[in-house]
Design a protein around this ligand. Structure first.
Ligand code: G4P
Length: 284
């Protein structure tokens, strides 16, 4: 799914978020484990101030495990609760309930002092398009979910999914827009397929990704495509086209096809687990 963002979309998304955030105690923010900072919108810190915060490193199955751990430390140091999850396969989902209680313990304690007992924590999932919000909600709510007020004839209002006696989740996630105006952020979002490839043409995008991989994950492309790696991304695309017999009429190499194939392999984890940004770069 690709999204195009216009000021109108952003204003609407922001307004919805501002309204919904008033109703909740906990913001569950999904980021992509391969680009945990570039897949955030820093506005959420302002929108979600005074709320308990939980960051989920989603798609952690596609990112390098050592980096997932480093990113967990990074966010924990900044005061967030953090869990790495694989919403598609359910990895990490079971631990979420415990972490929610932990993240909301101040609120639960405040309630207790006021004599409010057993009021469920209300939570909302937020994140940029394609980060896995719907997949996560389905994984967390599972089959046992009971939607409140979801009966025929009842005006559709806010739908709360009762996860258990302690937690209710707003069924519609909040959509944050990515910070695509920053060139390097836009590039990373394009690598993972979260924004239209138009930021660069496909070949340029794939060539740049080849160069990144040659630099940070040396050997991966050589092994996958049986090619010589170099610091010239276009040369590597030529090599991939040659090795995969991507040809156009006249027996020329079809680097466009090679670029698509390579990006697709990367996005689907067929090049292995790859992280595109690292905590030490952020603090620099
Ligand atoms: P959104 O609501 O935030 O827009 O995202 P959504 O849940 O639609 O998920 C976007 C894509 O990301 C889906 O793939 C989904 O399967 C995939 N996804 C979500 N969580 C994970 C995860 O933890 N690991 C991996 N590997 N993938 C995840 P799709 O290509 O749209 O569909 P499909 O491949 O599932 O058919």
């Amino acid at each position: 799914m690709h999204f195009q963002w216009y000021p109108g979309h952003m204003t609407k998304a922001r307004r919805m978020m501002q309204e919904n955030i008033k109703l909740i105690d906990l913001v569950i923010e999904l980021v992509d484990a391969r680009i945990p900072v570039s897949s955030r919108n820093p506005d959420i810190d302002e929108l979600g101030k005074n709320k308990a915060r939980l960051i989920l490193l989603n798609k952690s199955d596609l990112a390098e495990e050592r980096c997932n751990d480093a990113w967990m430390e990074y966010f924990k140091k900044k005061g967030y609760s953090v869990v790495k999850v694989n919403s598609k396969k359910g990895g990490g989902i079971k631990s979420i309930h415990g972490v929610i209680q932990e993240a909301c313990k101040e609120k639960i304690e405040r309630d207790r002092k006021r004599g409010i007992l057993n009021r469920p924590v209300r939570a909302m999932v937020v994140g940029i398009p394609n980060v896995g919000k719907s997949t996560f909600i389905n994984a967390l709510a599972g089959k046992a979910c009971a939607k409140t007020g979801n009966k025929p004839g009842v005006t559709k209002g806010k739908q709360w999914i009762r996860l258990n006696k302690n937690v209710e989740l707003l069924d519609t996630p909040g959509i944050l827009w990515p910070k695509f105006e920053d060139q390097s952020v836009g590039l990373k979002l394009a690598y993972i397929g979260s924004i239209k490839d138009e930021i660069l043409n496909t070949e340029e995008l794939a060539a740049k990704l080849c160069e990144f991989l040659n630099d940070k994950y040396s050997g991966i492309l050589a092994e996958k495509y049986d090619i010589e790696e170099s610091d010239d991304g276009f040369a590597m695309l030529q090599e991939i086209a040659k090795s995969r017999h991507c040809l156009v009429k006249g027996n020329e190499y079809d680097t466009e096809k090679a670029a698509k194939l390579m990006l697709d392999d990367f996005r689907n984890g067929r090049l292995g687990r790859i992280t595109l940004e690292f905590p030490d770069e952020m603090d620099a």
